[in-house]
Ligand binder design. Structure first.
Ligand code: ADP
Ligand code: MG
Ligand code: ZN
Length: 207
């Protein structure tokens, strides 16, 4: 699907993968970065040190797919850590890195790098989550992935916060968030009894 990008080894491109939590953004990022490594392109992966859910030196999906990454506390540290031979840069959880990431991404792509960014396009209220709207606007390739709504099983485009906290950034996993469709999403983000975390469902795949 993305085999045509980048146009040539010297032309940079920006790919953005977005969607709610549990939509497979990290899995898709890992898949593309693994393919780039198989193609013998030097890959570097960065994620915000704010993401303390897992080991700070790995990006990890909810299905436990993992790839080594370098933690950064601000987007400009990417320049300092960038190896001159790196061809592909992966960035996970872009919503933690702020608007500073926009100019840094433009510079990397203008230098001819392939940059693949994953992040939440909406916050827990369903509002556009900077810098994702700006990154989506300047990207060559965008992928918006749905999760599965835990209430009605429809495609889920939103992230439901399950705890009473109004901070825009509140790091958490399935104890604090669920994937929901537009109809089942409560944008107040204030947990009510019916919004308490559901028991984990065991996934059974039959032949
Ligand atoms: P993201 O980075 O978008 O949060 P991940 O790549 O970490 O997503 O995890 C995706 C995986 O999460 C899926 O492959 C699936 O195994 C699991 N998962 C758990 N809950 C859901 C859900 N409600 N909808 C879709 N996938 C889910
Ligand atoms: Mg993720
Ligand atoms: Zn729903």
């Amino acid at each position: 699907m993305h085999a045509a990008w980048p146009l040539s080894p010297h032309t940079g491109c920006l790919e953005v993968i977005c969607g709610p939590m549990f939509s497979g953004k990290t899995e898709e990022l890992i898949r593309r970065l693994r393919l780039a490594a198989i193609a013998r392109q030097r890959v570097q992966i960065f994620k915000s040190a704010k993401d303390v859910r897992y080991d700070e030196t790995e990006i990890v999906s909810h299905a436990d797919s993992r790839l080594q990454s370098e933690p950064i506390t601000s987007a400009d540290q990417i320049f300092a850590k960038l190896h001159p031979k790196t061809r592909v840069v992966g960035i996970d959880e872009a919503q933690f890195l702020g608007n500073e990431l926009i100019a840094i991404t433009q510079t990397l792509v203008d230098r001819g790098l392939r940059v693949i960014i994953a992040g939440l396009d909406q916050d827990f209220r369903g509002e556009p989550f900077e810098p994702m709207p700006q990154l989506l606007a300047i990207a060559e390739v965008i992928t918006k992935q749905p999760a599965v709504c835990v209430i009605c099983s429809a495609p889920a485009t939103r992230t439901q916060r399950l705890v009473c906290n109004d901070d825009r950034v509140l790091v958490g996993a399935s104890e604090s968030y669920e994937a929901r469709c537009r109809r089942c999403h409560d944008s107040s983000g204030h947990a009510q009894t019916e919004f308490l975390p559901r028991q984990k469902t065991k996934i059974v795949v039959s032949a």
